[in-house]
Design a protein. Structure first.
Length: 262
């Protein structure tokens, strides 16, 4: 039996989806949460669709065994490759995250938007469908953020290696006159300070974190699953690798981080 007090489950290929977890805890502070950081298998972005689906099934089974009432797929690569499969296979609601190119298309003035995402996201049919649905007079400059997830997972957030990769990926987009930059990977919001230094103040940086939190709330309400009491929720993160890099990203001290193989 699913009860309102059961946790909201989250998973990502690693630590990046905690950028979504943070937004959900801010919007829904009384909800209990369980987050899986599948860092052992990161990055998902270079894997085949079948491999990504198999990892998503493993993560979902773990969260279902913990009695989660809803699952947030806090990973663009997992969402764009596996969410249809998950929704078909399991009865509980899934919330996904997709690169915010539609909101970017609504605000761009130069009609050129940039997107930084993984190969798995940019090559997915769901991403192709979404990009085909936006106006034909808008150009999308797609760039694979190869290597960024690995460096964030390794705790090298403020390293020169990351800076060099960002320069390599962002400068051609700036030269193409983008005025909006979509962060299509949940790891990348942790790079916003470094990205801002490179792109300056005129380019709008867009990520989907808040929108996913609002959607999570709406789906809980629709299904009558909002937690009944207003006591602060409890939060657990399971990580199947060393937790040092993750601990450095998390500022919320009420989150309990546990190393566990899954
Ligand atoms: N956080 C994942 C995403 O949003 C990273 C993907 C990866 O592991 O390559 O796509």
């Amino acid at each position: 039996m699913i009860s309102n007090n059961n946790p909201i489950g989250f998973f990502d290929s690693g630590v990046g989806g905690t950028s979504i977890l943070k937004e959900v805890i801010t919007l829904l502070p009384s909800e209990n949460t369980i987050y899986l950081s599948d860092s052992k298998n990161a990055p998902y972005g270079q894997k085949s669709k079948d491999e990504i689906i198999a990892l998503c099934v493993k993560n979902t089974e773990f969260l279902l065994a913990k009695k989660c009432k809803i699952i947030v797929v806090a990973c663009n690569t997992a969402t764009t490759n596996a969410i249809d499969f998950l929704r078909e296979k399991y009865a509980i609601p899934f919330i996904g995250i997709e690169p915010a190119i539609k909101p970017a298309a609504l605000v761009t003035k130069t009609k050129i938007i940039g997107i930084l995402a993984t190969k798995g996201t940019l090559n997915s049919s769901l991403f192709e469908k979404t990009s085909n649905s936006i106006s034909k007079d808008i150009t999308i400059k797609e760039t694979i953020g190869k290597g960024l997830v690995e460096l964030i997972e390794a705790g090298k957030l403020n390293s020169e290696e990351i800076n060099q990769l960002l320069l390599q990926y962002l400068n051609p987009m700036i030269e193409s006159d983008i005025d909006s930059l979509v962060l299509g990977c949940t790891h990348y919001p942790y790079l916003i300070p470094q990205i801002r230094k490179i792109v300056g103040s005129k380019i709008k940086i867009i990520d989907s974190g808040e929108a996913v939190a609002r959607q999570t709330k709406a789906i809980l309400e629709k299904n009558g699953l909002i937690k009944k009491d207003s006591k602060n929720g409890s939060h657990i993160i399971y990580i199947n690798k060393d937790k040092t890099a993750l601990k450095n990203l998390i500022t919320n001290k009420s989150i309990n981080v546990i190393e566990k193989d899954f």
